[in-house]
Design a binder for this molecule. Structure first.
Ligand code: SF4
Ligand code: SF4
Ligand code: FES
Length: 539
């Protein structure tokens, strides 16, 4: 540790930390644009200027590219430091179009924020403004580049160089004509391209999928996870008026830092497509109550041994627990073969966000014994939850042999169409639930929106009702705290943990209770990410 004095106050700071990081860590505001805690330092914007005392007298330097040393004396608010910070900001704004009213970054733009925090000077320009060419250029499948707004901080370049390693962006020309550009005929094309719009501190890089859709100050946010693969990156679901407008990565240093892949980022679109809202009995639309009455009659008559349940690796632990209560020993999960592309950054080949949660509940992912019994006509009633079994031909033909096929689904998929009793349910963004990822990290996915039909039941709650129809002993109070307590009671390390205790970055479970987990050796080693950040740690 180094003892550093900042603005007359002494702090203990980890050796190797830079002055800007030391300020942020100790709650001292210091303007910065080009610095990003998960990217290599570049020190190009000169806005984090500080004054330090040296044996040769006071000296101005950039905070982000100056390491602390024992006994260092730093001033962030001295007359000279503030003048230097303001001058750098003034230069950045010199040719800026100031089109905040139509800029998608407005409301979360660092240039706006810093002007309000540190700038607040009157405009002094006496020569005509220089207009950089390139308004709203199509720069890739998802990206629009607006060069006028760019402050040349190179965060986007450093991301592309260091994370996907694809380096599609560079700076061309010199002086006031310098601008960011792709190479001719080479658009931004990589699986992580959306992240450059997050790291861009201004509105120069925007997402086609979000441009002009919503003003950010109208968006409400819910902590959740990405269900695009078994990593289960921490995300925020941003929504307004019952519609999800974007998924944003949420900082989780050990899991996904502040990144997410494009496949996960844009999954919010498919989540809202092809929704199932109407219940049906024998393919005739009816109310949920009518479908439940039909399910009650069926379940009350079915012999326990001729009832089976198929769980899903996309369902929350709470939903799978209630399904197991219903299907008991005849419960297993259908897990299609992974077909995702894996890389050494975030994406895992395994596509399922809660396969480890199923293992924690003792639900096997080998459903062939149930498939055999269905094919032999030994199963009268099959309950399928959030799983499109019919995508596999063997299951598709087997399902025709089941007398009563009860399907709980949020999408109008093939299996829902084959159901004799079909019950629409909320999807994972519409209800609270917990998920256990590939590395046994338990995370909460909070309900973000109310569905179009606010009476739509949550799958776990609906399964509690079905389990009671089948004569199982259930707790009718289906609030998430009770549901979590019900399944976690059997997990030694969760004995003292309540739903609300699970921290935003998740709770690491030991792999012991799920020793059969196919991911147990797949420790995600973040050192494999080619990030050259000097000290690596979040501040
Ligand atoms: S496009 Fe954005 S991130 Fe890239 S250099 Fe310009 S301001 Fe920085
Ligand atoms: S790596 Fe996996 S969990 Fe993370 S954002 Fe991509 S699909 Fe989602
Ligand atoms: S943040 Fe330090 S020079 Fe840009």
């Amino acid at each position: 540790m180094a003892k550093v004095t900042i603005n007359d106050q002494e702090f203990e700071v980890t050796d190797g930390t830079n002055v800007l990081e030391a300020c942020i860590a100790n709650g001292i505001k210091l303007e910065h644009f080009c610095y990003h805690r998960y990217l290599p330092v570049d020190g190009n914007c000169r806005t984090c200027m500080v004054e330090i005392d040296t044996p040769r007298g006071p000296m101005l330097t950039v905070g982000c590219n100056t390491k602390v040393s024992d006994g260092m004396v730093v001033h962030t608010e001295s007359e000279k430091a503030v003048a230097a910070q303001k001058s750098a900001l003034e230069f950045l704004l010199l040719d800026h179009p100031l089109d905040c009213p139509i800029c998608d970054k407005a409301g979360e733009c660092k240039l706006q924020d810093h002007y309000m925090d540190f700038g607040q000077y009157d405009h002094r320009r006496i020569v005509p403004r220089f207009f950089k060419e390139g308004k709203a250029q199509d720069t890739g499948e998802h990206i629009v580049l607006d060069n006028e707004r760019c402050i040349l901080c190179t965060r986007c370049m450093r991301f592309l160089d260091n994370i996907p390693g694809t380096s599609e962006l560079g700076i061309i020309n010199r002086g006031h004509e310098a601008r960011i550009s792709t190479f001719p005929g080479k658009p931004i094309q990589n699986d992580y391209s959306g992240n450059i719009t997050d790291v861009c501190p201004v509105g120069a890089l925007t997402l086609k999928e979000f441009r002009f859709k919503q003003r950010v100050w109208f968006l409400k946010k819910a902590d959740s996870i990405c269900t695009g693969c078994a990593r289960g990156c921490s995300i925020t679901i941003e929504h307004n008026r019952g519609k999800i407008w974007r998924f944003m990565p949420r900082e989780n240093a050990a899991l996904n830092r502040v990144w997410m892949c494009d496949r996960g980022r844009f999954a919010f679109q498919s989540l809202q497509e092809n929704r199932l809202f109407a219940a049906s009995v024998n393919k005739s639309a009816c109310s949920v109550d009518t479908a439940l009455k039909a399910a009650k009659a069926v379940l009350a008559q079915t012999d326990a041994n001729r009832l089976a349940a198929i769980a899903s690796p996309w369902s929350s632990v709470e939903t799978s627990y209630q399904l197991k209560l219903l299907g008991q020993a005849n419960t297993s999960a259908f897990v299609p073969e992974p077909d995702g592309a894996a890389d050494d950054i975030l994406m895992l080949a395994a596509r399922y966000p809660n396969e480890n949660g199923l293992k924690l509940l003792g639900i096997t992912t080998d459903c062939s014994p149930i498939l055999d019994r269905v094919q032999q006509g030994e199963i009268d009633t099959l309950v399928v939850v959030e799983n499109n079994l019919a995508i596999q031909s063997e299951w598709k033909s087997a399902l025709t042999k089941v007398k009563n096929l009860i399907v709980l689904s949020s999408t109008a998929d093939e299996t829902a169409e084959m159901a004799s009793i079909c019950l629409p349910v909320r999807n994972y963004a519409e209800t609270d639930g917990s998920f256990v990822n590939a590395t046994s990290l338990l995370q909460r996915a909070l309900a973000a929106i109310e569905p179009e039909n606010s009476k739509l039941p949550a799958p776990a709650g609906l399964l509690t009702v079905l389990a009671s129809f089948a004569g199982r002993e259930v707790n009718p109070d289906v609030n998430i705290g009770n549901q979590f307590a019900a399944w976690s009671a059997a997990v030694a390390e969760l004995q003292t943990v309540q739903w609300h205790d699970i921290p935003p970055e998740g709770l690491q479970l030991s792999l012991a209770p799920i020793a059969d987990a196919p991911f147990k050796n797949k420790k995600i080693d973040f050192n494999t990410i080619p990030c050259k950040s000097k000290n690596g740690a979040a501040v």
